[in-house]
Unconditional design. Structure first.
Length: 275
């Protein structure tokens, strides 16, 4: 693990709270959750990191096609943080009645990772849905991502086009919606942004414009779920033009990927609302 990743990991892992807290959860609380297993793994490219894992409801009997959630994990775009910390939340989302296709992708530190390779992986992963032999209703697809994964989901939601895949909605969980502004910050995730982008805003301004949800078209049904006590992605990032914001009073960054948090009911609400 490089120095940046080590510093970031130390900053994000908070001591576990007392038994069964509902708000203010830390990364350590997420890691302490039981780890279920996906149903299957599907490569969408030739690199070992270009794959998605399929999750189905625990009680699914295979009688009908399921609406789909494509989930994109966070971790400041760094390869120190992989898909596994979201296993419990993806199963919990599946148990709401969805097939969840959770994407792994190349990140900063991986060959081909960083901008734009990471984003291209996400687009390719979404596009792979119609090649999966599973009971998927491709007319009802939602994109969802947490933190840096939320940045990628919101950006992809406004740009993705595929004749057989209909994106109904985009749900950003503590999503980084203005990557240029985020890159100027001083917390450990903010300072990882120039490495992902290949420079600061003054060095690669066109790249930042292309990578910035705040400067790109949004999906018309974009929902941003945000804790107002988040210290990693500030609450202001949920105030994005034409998006709907749902607030978790007292919620922090990792409440949004912990199914026992008060935030989880907002995830269910966002997915169940009719577009």
């Amino acid at each position: 693990m490089n120095l940046l990743a080590a510093v970031l990991l130390g900053a994000l892992i908070a001591p576990s709270e007392p038994a069964e807290p509902k708000l203010g959860l830390g990364y350590g609380d997420v890691l302490a959750l039981p780890q279920p297993s996906p149903v299957s793994k599907h490569a969408y490219g030739n690199d070992p990191l270009q794959y998605g894992e399929l999750w189905l409801p625990s009680s699914y009997q295979g009688k009908s096609k399921l609406p789909v959630v494509v989930f994109i994990h966070g971790g400041c775009w760094l390869n120190a943080f992989d898909i596994k910390h979201t296993y419990t939340i993806t199963q919990a989302i599946a148990d709401l009645g969805y097939a969840v296709f959770s994407l792994e992708y190349r990140r900063t530190g991986d060959k081909g990772g960083g901008w734009p390779g990471t984003y291209h992986d996400v687009l390719a992963g979404i596009g792979h849905l119609d090649a999966i032999d599973a009971p998927l209703n491709l007319n009802r697809v939602s994109l969802m991502g947490h933190s840096a994964g939320g940045h990628l989901a919101v950006l992809a939601g406004g740009a993705f086009e595929h004749s057989s895949i209909n994106i109904e909605r985009v749900v950003g969980l503590a999503a980084i919606t203005d990557i240029a502004e985020y890159s100027r910050g001083s917390n450990s995730c903010e300072t990882a942004t120039p490495s992902f982008m290949g420079g600061e805003t003054k060095d690669v301004p066109l790249a930042y414009m292309a990578a910035n949800p705040a400067e790109q078209p949004l999906h018309p049904n974009t929902v941003l779920i945000q804790g107002d006590a988040d210290t990693i992605v500030a609450p202001d990032y949920a105030n994005l033009y034409s998006a709907t914001a749902l607030w978790v009073a007292g919620g922090g960054h990792f409440d949004l990927i912990h199914p026992q948090s008060d935030a989880f009911k907002l995830i269910a609400q966002a997915l169940n609302d009719t577009p």
